[in-house]
Design a protein around this ligand. Structure first.
Ligand SMILES: *[C@@H]1O[C@H](CO)[C@@H](O)[C@H](O)[C@H]1NC(C)=O
Ligand SMILES: *[C@@H]1O[C@H](CO)[C@@H](O)[C@H](O)[C@H]1NC(C)=O
Length: 880
């Protein structure tokens, strides 16, 4: 006897896999730069609360003074990084320059932390501006000496360098306590496509403990606890697994607690007021069910923002995170109220586990070309230039252009360095090779310094150089011939006095040699670790895939010892609570919701009146018993009492495919999700055709028979009309033509010759439906028209946009859409032999999916909008 493979939710197993990887990744700080400002130069330490490795800030800045906060503010719960700081009594602007290993194009969380702690004994809270490179980031304004301020932004680097600058605006001395840089995954917070995301709030609801960050959160986001009046705290000791469809990954520690209103009829109101009237918000709401719901308990809610339904109805998944987020900025309002209301059918009040709010920040100015910046930093380091204002970006903003530097002015491109004047700057040593990398330079003035050694030949490789002044130095030897040639041709104005007083050997004094080593100060130590990380990531990926494979194999093999069971009618009555919740109705029976233990199930009861139905029921039960595939519905048990026959199979939380295409109330599927679903369904059908002996023709392929589980994995259902038939001859003369109008193979209808190709036809119709968003049969010029005719008519226009579902708003890969249309049309070919096999269909659909995913990698994700509302019985929680 075969043992039944229980359908332990895929999600949970998956979650465990991810969790393990997370643990592996935890000591990995390769994407971090963690700077404790104001500690002794060169010192490092590992924070004993977070295990984060901090370094001194001295290598990232060359101005300022270091201080400690006063002892009375240094209580046990103050983060170590906040106890020291660097203040900037001199200069209007002071900047840190960071060069993360992964530069331009990478997404970072950048955080600056400030705690005043009366470090200067003035008892006066300063106020100052912070800039990210050339762009204004925010103004620091304190409420108290003891309360730290965290500024955080999610930002995609447009340059290899990050400059964090503090500007004195005449209202006190700027300072900073810590600067932290965290590399984010490339698919997180993709809404940065609209601009940078400035953190407004990140809240861990229901938390009884302090802030959660690294190592629980591998990206070291700070999840602050918040107390709310009149709410009930919920928590679980079990792991909450990561969401499959989003990548925000709030840690389990954050998701495992939540709040819910005290009384079942109440809803939540979460209010906030923007800092600026023009702020545009992005919301990320994180939900997970962390109570074990009893049979007949249901938690379902709608989310409203200022009275507009944003999202819903929605129910959180058991111990698994779902993130509902804005895919574009929310409307501008002077005040916001986020309301979460239970639906009428929900027996439980809403729940929320965590919330993030970001405002959109545009950081529009181009920073100086990276190669030029690298060259200048090399020069700065070689000559120990720290008396000039050489901080931050060399060319931007305009009022802080580095002394002695000329920049090209072009609004659309990164500025380039076109001149460098280091005349009379007390330079020692030789000509720094970094100068050779200023490839756009036309004027170079090094006059009146103590430069020694020979005039190096690389200067002649500067193509645009027209003015070169080397007068007043101690060079030895001749001027390189090429330079002299340029000068005599008149393309270079060369000033040189040929005095050679210095001893060439002494040009490499202790300082210069040390300096060239110092060039590397900005490149963090982690460079060597980077490749290791790549390998680690690759290994984890392989491991996940392997795990999934193993899991998939277990699904089709012999599973855990939950045995297939026969249930009595009275057991079925009690598991369905006397058939109280109807999930759907088919031609031969009604499907009810039920529970076996804590596991949700669907119970299909055969309607007693239908004789034909009785046969179909037997066929379905028989078939289901022997078939196991991840894309086919699993049978859990059955009931075979005299006059009551029922099949118990896995509950598919997200209903059927058609409801997501045609019902406005169901969640909308984007192109990738549609492709994924038909790909799954195709796999299931391929298995019936090519994996079963004899092959099985499903005979009723249609959207309502493609069911979706909680992770939107698709499975074929309703084998009631399927019949196994012998392979010989490959056809079968059936006595009655069954199927659904619009999906039924016209060839089968006329010949009643049944082959797998009839399923291929029906599958083609499903494809056309998901591509166009139109039903199989529609009205067209007052006539009923089949979808394949309709698409054929539009194909003549040659415009894919007139075919594809307009609700996708053009957000799809055109090639994958064309391919899908062609495939669908081949499937509905009139002559069965012209139709592809399901094997071929699977391959083609996989290609479509790969193409679309490749596009998604480079595009922000566009799913549905966010949030929703209902104000009856609303209560206002007050943050304490
Ligand atoms: C609520 O439940 C009733 C019956 O139990 C059902 O008819 C109705 O469609 C449900 N409403 C919603 C919004 O789910
Ligand atoms: C460089 O600056 C000095 C003054 O600091 C000035 O006299 C000189 O003309 C400048 N050189 C060029 C090439 O502009």
């Amino acid at each position: 006897m075969k043992l039944f493979q229980g359908f332990l939710p895929m999600l949970i197993l998956y979650g465990l896999v991810l969790t393990t990887v997370l643990v592996n990744a935890q000591d990995d700080q390769s994407g971090f730069i963690s700077i404790d400002c104001g500690i002794v130069e060169g010192s490092t330490y590992t924070d004993n609360v977070t295990n984060i490795n901090y370094v001194s800030d001295a290598d990232f800045i060359d101005s300022g003074e270091i201080h400690n906060i006063l002892a009375i503010y240094n209580s046990f719960d103050v983060d170590t990084q906040l106890t020291t700081l660097r203040s900037f009594p001199q200069n209007t602007r002071n900047c840190y320059t960071l060069k993360p290993t992964q530069g331009k194009g990478n997404r970072y969380l950048i955080r600056a932390r400030f705690m005043y702690g009366n470090y200067d004994f003035k008892e006066q809270l300063p106020e100052f501006d912070v800039y990210l490179g050339p762009d204004y980031w925010d103004t620091v304004k304190f409420n108290s000496s003891s309360k730290p301020i965290n500024m955080e932004i999610v930002h995609v680097l447009s340059s290899d360098y990050i400059h964090v600058c503090f500007i004195n605006t005449g209202r006190g001395t700027p300072f900073v306590s810590a600067i932290e840089l965290r590399l984010l995954a490339s698919n997180m917070y993709k809404e940065t496509a609209f601009g940078s995301l400035y953190l407004f709030a990140r809240v861990n609801f229901g938390s009884a403990f302090g802030t959660i960050r690294y190592e629980a959160d591998k990206y070291d986001r700070l999840w602050g606890p918040i107390s709310w009046a009149n709410s009930t705290y919920l928590y679980t000791f079990d792991k909450v697994s990561t969401a499959l469809f989003t990548t925000i990954d709030p840690p389990s520690e954050v998701m495992s607690d939540a709040i819910t209103p005290k009384y079942p009829q109440e809803s939540f109101n979460i209010n906030w007021t923007p800092d600026h009237t023009t702020d545009k918000f992005f919301m990320y709401m994180h939900f997970a069910e962390i109570e074990i719901l009893k049979r007949n308990q249901k938690r379902e809610f709608n989310i409203f923002l200022n009275g507009n339904l944003s999202y819903g109805p929605f129910f959180p998944l058991n111990h698994s995170t779902t993130t509902i987020y804005s895919t574009e900025p929310e409307f501008i309002a002077p005040k916001y109220t986020l309301t979460i209301n239970k639906t009428k059918n929900s027996t439980l009040p809403p729940i929320i586990n965590a919330l993030e709010l970001y405002t959109l920040k545009q950081l529009p100015q181009n920073q100086t070309n990276d190669q030029d910046v690298a060259a200048l930093l090399s020069i700065k380091s070689a000559y120990k230039i720290n008396t000039k204002n050489w901080q931050g970006d060399p060319c931007t903003p305009q009022e802080f252009v580095w002394e002695g530097i000329g920049c090209s002015n072009n609004d659309t491109e990164s500025p380039r360095i076109v001149s460098l004047n280091l005349s009379t700057s007390g330079l020692n040593g030789g000509i720094d090779p970094g100068i050779a990398n200023l490839t756009m330079i036309h004027t170079l003035d090094l006059s009146n310094n103590n430069l020694t050694g020979t005039v190096t030949n690389f200067l002649s490789s500067l193509k645009f150089l027209t003015v070169l002044n080397l007068k007043g130095n101690n060079f030895v030897g001749p001027i390189p011939a090429e330079l002299q040639a340029k000068a005599s041709k008149g393309t270079l104005s060369l000033s040189f006095d040929g005095e050679s007083t210095g001893d060439p050997a002494s040009s490499c004094d202790g300082n210069t040699c040390k300096d060239s080593k110092d060039n590397k100060i900005i490149v963090p130590v982690i460079a060597s670790v980077a490749s290791l990380i790549v390998i680690l990531i690759a290994l984890s990926a392989i491991w996940i895939i392997k795990k999934q494979k193993e899991h998939g194999m277990r699904k089709t093999g012999i599973g855990p010892d939950i045995r297939k069971q026969q249930y009595t009618y009275s057991e079925v009555q009690s598991m369905t609570n006397n058939f109280s919740l109807v999930l759907g109705k088919g031609g031969f029976g009604t499907v009810y919701h039920g529970f076996i233990g804590d596991t949700q199930v669907a119970v299909k009861m055969l309607s007693g009146s239908s004789l034909q139905g009785d046969k179909e029921f037997q066929a379905e039960a028989y078939l289901l018993l022997g078939i196991h595939h991840k894309n086919l519905i699993s049978l859990i048990g059955y009931c075979n009492d005299e006059s009551h026959k029922g099949i118990i199979y896995e509950y598919m939380a997200n209903g059927n495919l058609d409801s997501h295409i045609f019902d406005a109330s169901s969640s909308f599927l984007n192109w990738e999700e549609r492709l994924q679903i038909v790909c799954d369904a195709a796999h299931g059908l391929e298995y019936l055709h090519h994996g079963c002996k004899p092959p099985i023709v499903h005979r009723d392929i249609k959207g309502t028979n493609i069911l979706l589980n909680e992770t939107f994995q698709a499975k074929l259902a309703d084998f009631g009309l399927s019949k196994a038939f012998p392979t010989e001859g490959g056809t079968h003369i059936s006595t009655a033509v069954a199927g659904t109008p619009g999906y039924l193979d016209p060839e089968y209808y006329t010949s009643t010759r049944l082959t797998e190709k009839s399923d291929v036809y029906s599958f083609g119709v499903v494809l056309l439906v998901i591509i166009t968003g139109q039903p199989a049969i529609t009205k067209y010029d007052n006539d009923n028209i089949h979808i394949s005719r309709l698409v054929n008519l539009k194909l003549a226009e040659g415009d894919i946009n007139s075919i594809v579902d307009p609700r996708l708003l053009g957000d799809f890969d055109v090639n994958s859409a064309w391919k899908a249309v062609e495939l669908a049309m081949a499937c509905v070919a009139h002559t069965p032999s012209r139709r592809p096999t399901m094997k071929e269909v699977v391959m083609e659909l996989n290609d479509c999916l790969v193409t679309e995913r490749a596009r998604q990698e480079t595009k922000p994700k566009k799913l549905t909008g966010l949030m929703s509302l209902n104000l009856e019985n609303a209560y206002d929680p007050t943050p304490i």
